[in-house]
Ligand binder design. Structure first.
Ligand code: THU
Length: 132
């Protein structure tokens, strides 16, 4: 990865930390922020949105992806994810399947609360994804 790309990932981590403040997580208190980089450089943010009917909760990654899709984006270049935890924030299985629908080769940067991250492609995160 070149310096330009590293700078962009760093910027996306900062954006994810910021959008995490908008998380609506009164039940779990687990706030997540996501930033999705699209083909022409536009970035879409997302935070988790919980509901008292717990299964209606939507994860930060899916919020960002659905925002991008609804704006006509189809090509995703990278996704950054952070929580407040010192552990790397890994996407849930449902979000992995949603990512796999659009971008198997996309790198997913899974950050922690110290600005460090681990990176894996969607295909690595979800081998044998379901597809029709
Ligand atoms: N959450 C996400 O936003 N993304 C994930 O990949 C894992 C879980 C949210 C959902 C819920 O609001 C909280 O984290 C605890 O599960």
């Amino acid at each position: 990865m070149n310096r330009m790309q590293l700078a962009e990932i760093k910027e996306m981590i900062d954006m994810a930390i910021k959008i995490k403040q908008n998380a609506y997580a009164p039940y779990s208190k687990f706030r997540v922020g996501a930033v999705l980089l699209c083909e022409l450089g536009k970035k879409y943010t997302g935070c988790n949105v919980e509901n008292s009917s717990f299964s209606l909760t939507c994860c930060a990654e899916r919020v960002a992806i659905f925002k991008a899709i609804s704006e006509g984006e189809k090509e995703f270049k990278a996704l950054v994810l952070v929580s407040d935890s010192e552990d790397f924030c890994t996407p849930c299985g449902a979000c992995r399947q949603v990512m796999a629908e659009f971008a198997l080769d996309m790198p997913v940067y899974m950050g922690n609360n110290r600005g460090l991250y681990q990176v894996k492609t969607v295909a690595e995160l979800l081998p044998l994804n379901f597809s029709l």
